[in-house]
Design a protein. Structure first.
Length: 350
């Protein structure tokens, strides 16, 4: 696994928009304020040509323009790290215009983003053996003041910390809108982890039991992952086999998928062989939190299909579309410790 150099004290942050750009509110004002905050921290900025674009369908620009920008800025010596402007819908369409062969040859560089950016964070790990950060996009750094999770993401980029912990509360309904583009997270809901442990070939929810698991972190947004599955970009089973001595800790979360679609996604990934050598699962809160369809909730949507694997499953983790999210290094070797409602993830660059 290749690990990039960390962002230097006065290093340059590059911004790209392979998915949505920051052309409308509240993202435009958020992105502009984020730039001010990064400059106040002593950093120079390197903006890609699509950062303020909104001419594409489901992405900032044409797939060709987005793929070209991503390749050029990743391989450029003018910036030290890359942060994606935002998530979106159709980043998958740019992949045939991203030169992954060139990226594999280039000096590794931290790339950070989430949601639709799974198309880059996941493929950097599985196609290029290069670590990435599944974490907040650029506009989030414009909030006033920064939530602890933003400080964590910045610290990861700087190499100032290697361990992240769950946050006390999460946001069910945000207050950020066009009139309030710099509004911080509206954290009102206490974190409540749901821990499922194997017992006699079943998964049983437990409380108060300490859980520790180690393995290589891999995952992202399931909406994107199942779209990649079975394509020429799917080298997941090869990755799992390559790191079988470490084993895989899957981190997964969902955006648009309802509980039935989550269950179908889990079924598809399992039957594609993705969960070979699995050591455990970290499942983020789905955007459709608390949904129940035909008696199926978010917990059974996942656990019923993977209980035969005999590994721990930690659910409602601070990952994904209901902030805050713990930034995690995709591809890193991690030690996850859970005790009650507390979770810590220590990530090693090895």
């Amino acid at each position: 696994m290749r690990y990039p150099k960390y962002l230097p004290e006065s290093g340059t942050i590059g911004f790209v928009a392979p998915s949505f750009g920051c052309n409308i509110e509240p993202y435009r004002s958020g992105f502009m304020n984020a730039q001010k905050k990064f400059e106040a921290l002593g950093h120079k900025l390197d903006l890609g040509p699509n950062c303020y674009e909104g001419s594409g369908i489901g992405i900032s620009n044409t797939p060709q323009a987005c793929g070209r920008e991503l390749t050029e800025y990743y391989c450029s010596e003018k910036n030290d790290v890359l942060i994606s402007c935002g998530g979106g819908e159709l980043m998958c369409e740019i992949l045939e215009y991203v030169d992954f062969a060139q990226i594999r040859k280039a000096e590794p560089k931290w790339y950070m983003g989430f949601s639709d950016n799974t198309n880059m964070t996941y493929l950097l790990a599985t196609l290029c053996d290069t670590a990435s950060i599944y974490g907040p996009c650029a506009a989030a750094f414009g909030m006033e003041p920064w939530h602890e999770s933003l400080h964590d993401a910045y610290a990861l980029l700087r190499g100032q910390k290697d361990t992240v912990y769950g946050y006390d509360c999460w946001e069910k309904e945000g207050k950020k809108d066009e009139e309030h583009p710099l509004e911080p997270y509206n954290v009102t809901e206490p974190r409540k982890l749901h821990v499922f442990l194997p017992e006699a070939h079943r998964l049983k929810e437990t409380e108060g039991t300490a859980v520790t698991m180690e393995g290589r972190l891999l995952g992202g947004c399931m909406d994107c992952l199942v779209n990649l599955l079975g394509t020429k970009y799917d080298k997941t089973t090869e990755f799992a086999e390559r790191y079988k001595e470490d084993g895989i800790i899957w981190f997964l979360e969902a955006c648009d998928l309802n509980v039935m679609a989550i269950r179908r996604a889990i079924w598809q990934m399992k039957n594609a062989g993705w969960f070979s050598h699995v050591k455990g699962f970290l499942i983020g809160r789905p955007l459709q939190f608390g949904q129940d369809l035909m008696g199926l909730d978010q917990y059974h949507a996942v656990c019923d299909l993977i209980e035969e694997l005999g590994v721990p499953v930690i659910m409602d983790v601070d990952l994904g579309h209901l902030p805050p999210m713990m930034p995690v290094v995709c591809g890193s070797y991690a030690r996850v410790e859970v005790s009650g409602n507390d979770i810590g993830i220590k990530m090693e660059c090895r």
